[in-house]
Design a protein around this ligand. Structure first.
Ligand code: NJP
Length: 236
């Protein structure tokens, strides 16, 4: 209630569902996306009665990230929750990836998490409260064929978040990751609702996990939530 949440990659997929869930719980929302789609999503959220700031920003660009937090502080005065959700993925054999594929996945999935997190850390440390949640992946904890570079980005994010959690614990700031299996979204140039994705996780499953992690009592940190479609073989 009355908390301020910044959600990256909120124009569609999991990020939009996370914004809807947090809005329904009474949070004020900064929703971030790299395309104009973010403004349409923000309008839909406003129609539900939520207080929303939409910022078009690429999380991999330092100036964009600075600007998104400047606008958030101007409008809401604080940040209680950062959800690092923006992410991109390409799936093919390692030798089929170009250096540009590699760079882009690391820029968005890793550099973006670094830039957004470090932009808000001093503020959270000063207030001695705050939560940073990163949507990582089950492939941040296991390896898969045809996902070498994407997997590498999510292992990197696990390392970054784990270390950050230890640095911020004494300041009362909580850091955790959500590590899902396959989710029915637009991810990797797909679209939701295709027949073969019928049994996959739904965006609301991820939104519920974020809400649980973010609303844990102050003395408690949920370090990690791992969730899979029941139909998905795991770990490999
Ligand atoms: O993907 P999608 P998901 N700066 O494609 C935005 C992880 N995950 O919801 O920029 C800012 O439907 C983009 O908006 P726009 C995955 O790694 C997924 O599935 O306007 N925003 C859109 O709103 C990721 O971390 C699966 O085009 C940027 C959103 O990000 C998270 O879940 C499995 C951006 C992506 O929506 C959400 O992905 C898994 C940028 N540079 C982990 N680039 C899965 N789907 O199966 C993109 O284990 N966006």
């Amino acid at each position: 209630q009355n908390k301020v949440a910044v959600i990256t990659g909120a124009s569609r997929g999991c990020g939009k569902a996370i914004a809807e869930k947090l809005g329904a719980l009474g949070a004020k929302l900064t929703v971030v996306g790299s395309s104009d789609r973010i403004f349409k999503t923000a309008e839909e959220l406003k129609e539900k009665g939520y207080e929303v700031l939409a910022v078009k920003a690429d999380v991999s660009i330092e100036e964009d990230v600075a600007e998104l937090f400047n606008q958030t502080f101007d409008q809401f005065g604080q940040v209680d929750l950062l959800v690092n959700n923006a992410g991109v993925g390409q799936f093919k054999l390692a030798e089929e990836h170009s250096l540009e594929d590699f760079r882009r996945m690391f820029e968005v999935n890793v550099q973006g998490v670094f830039l957004c997190s470090t932009a808000v850390v001093p503020h959270m440390k000063e207030r001695k409260e705050g939560t940073i949640i990163t949507i990582s992946s089950d492939v941040g904890r296991r390896t898969i064929a045809n996902g070498s570079v994407y997997t590498a980005t999510k292992y990197a994010v696990q390392g970054f978040s784990g270390s950050l959690a230890q640095e911020l614990r004494e300041f009362g700031v909580r850091v955790g990751t959500i590590n899902p299996g396959a989710i029915d979204t637009y991810f990797a140039d797909s679209e939701p609702g295709l027949d073969f994705k019928e049994d996959w996780l739904k965006v609301n499953d991820i939104a519920e996990a974020v809400a649980y992690m973010a609303s844990a009592p102050k003395h408690m940190v949920v370090d990690e939530i791992m969730l899979h479609p029941l139909s998905q073989e795991y770990p490999n």
